[in-house]
Write a new protein. Structure first.
Length: 195
């Protein structure tokens, strides 16, 4: 069982999405908070980002938000988080969120969420991030992306073994379980990934 204390959650800041996504974000935050975990996110004050943070906090967990200074200047940041870390760039934000985490869960989101997810998958493929990556596929949202990743494997743009980089959960409960049960990659995998 993995030692999980800090969970990076990628998610949308959009407010015009279906209630099913809000319900999943709230449930996920509640489950993480009830375990006393620290959620690391992008510190947004709206959408699934805020919903997850608020549910985590109300269930007894903590939330560390990482956000570029220009977003704080626009007033886009959540002001009720346990800790707010301001950085200079989006790149610095993503690196710090990954460095601080013991695993990643990706909720549905737009370009920013998908970019974060694909980058962390790439880092794991290169052996730079060895921890669990869980895709929370609420209502089949990620099906097209998962199909594209499988196509990349089928057409030899990725190795068959790279399908083990991520795991997929249909429910928040399963996503949390997978954080603990998905094997961490080790030095042998890092060596393999670099080939």
């Amino acid at each position: 069982m993995n030692d999980i204390k800090n969970v990076c959650v990628y998610s949308a800041s959009s407010t015009k999405i279906a209630p099913i996504y809000y319900a999943a974000a709230e449930k996920l935050g509640h489950l993480l908070g009830a375990r006393g975990l620290n959620v690391i996110n992008g510190a947004g004050s709206i959408g699934l980002m805020s919903t997850t943070a608020n549910a985590t906090l109300s269930a007894g967990g903590t939330v560390t938000g990482v956000i570029p200074r220009f977003m704080v200047e626009q007033g886009w940041h959540h002001t009720g988080l346990t800790k707010l870390i301001e950085v200079e760039t989006m790149h610095e934000r993503k690196q710090l969120m990954a460095d601080m985490s013991d695993g990643v869960i990706a909720l549905p989101g737009g370009c920013g969420t998908m970019e974060e997810l694909l980058e962390i998958i790439t880092w794991k493929q290169l052996g730079l991030y060895l921890k669990p990556i869980v895709i929370l596929n609420v209502d089949g949202y990620f099906n097209p992306l998962l199909k594209m990743l499988q196509r990349a494997i089928d057409q030899s743009f990725m190795r068959k073994e790279h399908a083990n980089i991520w795991v997929v959960a249909k429910t928040p409960k399963k996503a949390v379980e997978l954080l603990y049960s998905t094997p961490m990659w080790d030095k042998e995998v890092r060596k393999f990934a670099a080939l």
